[in-house]
Design a protein around this ligand. Sequence first.
Ligand code: ZN
Length: 254
Amino acid sequence: MRQWLAAFFVVLAFTCGMTLHAQQPRFHVLAFYTEKTEADHVDFARQALTFFADQAKRDNFAWQATTNWDDLNAANLQHYQLVVWLNDSPHVGAQRAAFEQYMKHGGAWLGFHFAGYNDERTHWPWFVHDFLSAVFLTNSWPPLPATLVVEDRGQPVTQGLPETFLSPANEWYMWKPDPRASKNIHVLLSLSPSNYPLGMKDTLTAGDLPVVWTNTRYKMLYCNMGHGDKIFTSATQNRLFKNAILWLGEAGVK
Ligand code: ZN
């Protein structure tokens, strides 16, 4: 009986240990979004929540999302290795300051589409000029698919991607200064010139248009995709998003 009990506890301890190990997430992600913005940007955010929550289960990381941008504070951010902005950016000084400190101390960031939008009302020079290194100039309209060029296929984010692929319908942003003008920016994907002219109401006719880039001074990635409900319809592009989360999540503060 005693031997049987001992064996039972060995098996029990082993099983609990395995369960604990399996439940330990690789990293913690906190995604910020808003419901109070352009409908197409809300559609994207809702689909992103589903997409990344599914990926979190498969790839064993913790995914949480909030519409409360006051959660961008130092005490809270210390629990997360990666912050994601799905369809907005912080507009309050304290939130911005907390984010800047987080990034300067090894935090990681993934931003989509409108998260990088800026204009003369933004008044956040560190974010626009130092971090994102891109000033919004104009956009294409209506949302259309576009061929993208994968400029660097040796980076973890672009692993498994072809040289070019058709990205689903999106509103494409053009920037001036272009992020490529900054020595710290590494452009990973850009719009193929074969798309020009792109748009009908607002038409882009020429010019360099970086779509995905990283600032090598930070653990960050900006993706211009994020407008409407078609973004997650490309398996190729979904691979880019999955790669991005894993690369950034593993890189963020421990
Ligand atoms: Zn948009």
